[in-house]
Unconditional design. Sequence first.
Length: 161
Amino acid sequence: MSRVLLLSGPNLGLLGQRQPEIYGDETLADHVRAATEAGRRLGLEVDHFQSDDEARLLAAVHDARGNAAALVVNAGALTHTSWSLHDALAAFDGVVVELHLSNPAAREPFRHTSVVAPVANGSIAGFGGLGYELAIEAVARLLDVGGPAGGRGTSRPEEER
Ligand code: DQA
């Protein structure tokens, strides 16, 4: 069974308490459960790692090399700043889906830049908790698992691999 690593960046451990008007009432554990169940339905094993520490997130991306077929990354505010994360993701030879609960493009200007987007197959943003299921479904299609609808997604651009 293909393995997917769901990565959660800084402050996402506070979901449920943190600005619920933006991020909703559900906890990170709720989202992980939804992603795990979606994975089970689609034949994907979903593991999760959350850290507020950039170095630990980078180590998780490095460890995923050869161990996971896909990464689903909600990097929190590191999305907008971390070229180290960008480079680590560029060195990951698999599917990368960028994920956000909110729609950063509709928020403050500093959120309009994503350093994750250029090294991702695609991005899912603005759908709240539903995004976790959509991200796993996108992975299943890109990996061509989980049924006849598989394999319609696009690949990352060659120059970014
Ligand atoms: C977020 C959006 C980021 O801009 C923010 O820093 C977060 C959460 C989201 O899921 O909407 O921490 O990634």
